[in-house]
Design a protein around this ligand. Structure first.
Ligand code: NAG
Ligand code: NAG
Ligand code: NAG
Ligand code: NAG
Ligand code: NAG
Ligand code: NAG
Ligand code: NAG
Ligand code: NAG
Length: 433
């Protein structure tokens, strides 16, 4: 899994303006020792709220059936921008980041970066500066100290794309087509996560299965299967969803929230999600039968509209970014790309081999639209979050034989119907209802 996040800041002009340095609250938190679990959890909650809000504001539909984003990456980018903001702009950004719930926000968020080196997550940050653009030293120093964002000269789009490709281990290439000449600063971060299940799936068992898009349509997907998988599974009547936690290598967990067909749906579940609450309520691991679609999701999105509906519209018109530079600046673009791949790979087959068979084995079958989040177990920071309403948008839709009501609890056969698996078909052209 990996993700890339970019802010382009455009220069509006070159009017002179006296610099009036405000007292810098960023420094008042000092350098304290390692973060406590409580501090990590407080930042986890703040990042989660940001992620949920963004998910609620991103378009989802037949054209774009899946959304994947990294709330952590977004928080890092907006927080770094906050270091350059003053007055209303600063207040607005801190509010969006839910920073008021976190003592010493910058210190705490930045303090998580060393912690992530212990997990399978890699975070790379970088600040591109147009040569000749006069940036304030204090902004560069704060960015480096808090978020390890190193300043480098902006020389070419090729060099930027190369960095993106490197930082995402080759998963995102040709990220930018061009860089407008008035862009003076780009704040970038890339998050790369190599997900490995603690209990892997056996690739030889993966086979075609049905994924129900709604009551009337389904698609055929590659379904990873396991007859005996250790899983923490919660039937949550409040959420009207099943919640399952798959442990990943390196103290992270992959939570799947599967709305109960006919009762909840991804949009009704979203406002009710609370990761720490789910962590508290998830029961002990049990051995289950599991079906999980094998998916590769690629997502690219300009976030301006979503952030504008979250109240950040002024960033794109007349923000106060006078701690970056004295001239007027505005944010030109906030761009985001991510890919997430779920495959059989894991550290090693573990619990499945030492399991005693129980008489009745429950089934957790992810065969209808679901939400997921990859969570750092210590801080509960959502590293990635997403919604999958169609794991195979390139495949043709099929008409369901059965209404979908029974979907999650039974492993239904593939309904009869046209089964043209044609990879050149795109999601939007198969809108045959
Ligand atoms: C989750 O619920 C707990 C209380 O049950 C609350 O303290 C916390 O702020 C909630 N988290 C989010 C992200 O809403
Ligand atoms: C902050 O806003 C106030 C009132 O809107 C204004 O008087 C002041 O000049 C602003 N400060 C800076 C540094 O722009
Ligand atoms: C990383 O893990 C090691 C060993 O588990 C531990 O000693 C160290 O404190 C951890 N570092 C952070 C920043 O969490
Ligand atoms: C990308 O990685 C290659 C090989 O490690 C290195 O030579 C190159 O400088 C890197 N490019 C950027 C832009 O980081
Ligand atoms: C995972 O967490 C446990 C206990 O919280 C710790 O002992 C272990 O070192 C951690 N593993 C990694 C890879 O961080
Ligand atoms: C999801 O459920 C809510 C309330 O149950 C309903 O209003 C909404 O139309 C549903 N959305 C979809 C896409 O089915
Ligand atoms: C679910 O399927 C079972 C067996 O196929 C059937 O008996 C039951 O009525 C179905 N339930 C609903 C709600 O359709
Ligand atoms: C996809 O389907 C169309 C029409 O059914 C066919 O003309 C085309 O050759 C197919 N493409 C591939 C790559 O199979």
């Amino acid at each position: 899994m990996n993700l890339l996040f970019l802010l382009c800041l455009c220069s509006l002009g070159m009017t002179e303006e006296p610099s009036t340095e405000a007292p810098d609250e960023v420094h008042s938190c000092g350098t304290r020792p390692l973060l406590s679990t409580e501090e990590r959890r407080s930042i986890g909650g703040a990042v989660e709220r940001l992620g949920l809000q963004l998910l609620e504001n991103l378009p989802i539909g037949p054209q774009q059936p899946n959304v994947v984003l990294s709330p952590l990456s977004l928080a890092l980018a907006l927080a770094q921008l906050t270091l350059g903001a003053r007055n209303e702009t600063q207040k607005l950004l801190l509010k969006t980041l839910h920073a008021h719930n976190v003592p010493c926000y910058h210190h705490t968020l930045g303090g998580l970066l060393p912690h992530f080196r212990n997990t399978s997550l890699e975070v790379a940050t970088r600040m591109y500066l147009r040569p000749g653009f006069e940036v304030k030293l204090s902004f560069v120093e704060d960015s480096l100290a808090r978020y390890q964002s190193r300043p480098v000269p902006l020389v070419s789009v090729e060099e930027v794309n190369q960095w993106v490709e490197n930082a995402t281990k080759g998963h995102i290439s040709n990220f930018l087509e061009s860089i407008p000449h008035d862009v003076v600063l780009m704040l970038m971060n890339a998050v790369y996560f190599k997900g490995e299940w603690q209990t892997r799936f056996d690739p030889s068992v993966t086979s075609k299965g049905v994924f129900y898009l709604d009551n009337h349509n389904s698609v055929s997907v590659d379904m990873m299967k396991s007859a005996q998988y250790p899983l923490r599974l919660l039937d949550d009547p409040q959420l009207e969803a099943q919640v399952a936690s798959f442990p990943f290598k390196g103290n992270t967990s992959f939570l799947i929230v599967l709305p109960m067909p006919g009762r909840g749906n991804v949009s009704s579940v979203l406002p009710k999600l609370n990761i720490s609450d789910l962590y508290r309520r998830l029961p002990q691991e049990k051995i289950m039968q599991v079906n999980l679609p094998k998916v590769k999701l690629q997502y690219r999105q300009e976030l301006q509209d979503a952030l504008t509906s979250m109240g950040l519209g002024s960033l794109f018109s007349t923000p106060d970014l006078s701690r970056i530079s004295d001239g007027p600046l505005r944010v030109a673009s906030i761009r985001h790309a991510s890919t997430v791949e779920l495959s059989e790979e894991g550290v090693e087959a573990s619990a499945t081999t030492v399991v005693t068979t129980t008489r009745s084995i429950s089934l957790f079958s992810v065969n209808s639209p679901f939400l997921f989040t990859l969570v750092d177990d210590t801080s509960l920071v959502p590293l990635f979050m997403g919604i999958v309403t169609n794991p195979a948008p390139d495949n043709d839709r099929m008409v369901n034989d059965d209404p979908h009501v029974n979907g999650t609890m039974s492993d239904q056969p593939i309904p009869a119907g046209p089964r043209v698996n044609n990879n050149s078909v795109t999601g939007s052209t198969v809108e045959v209802c």
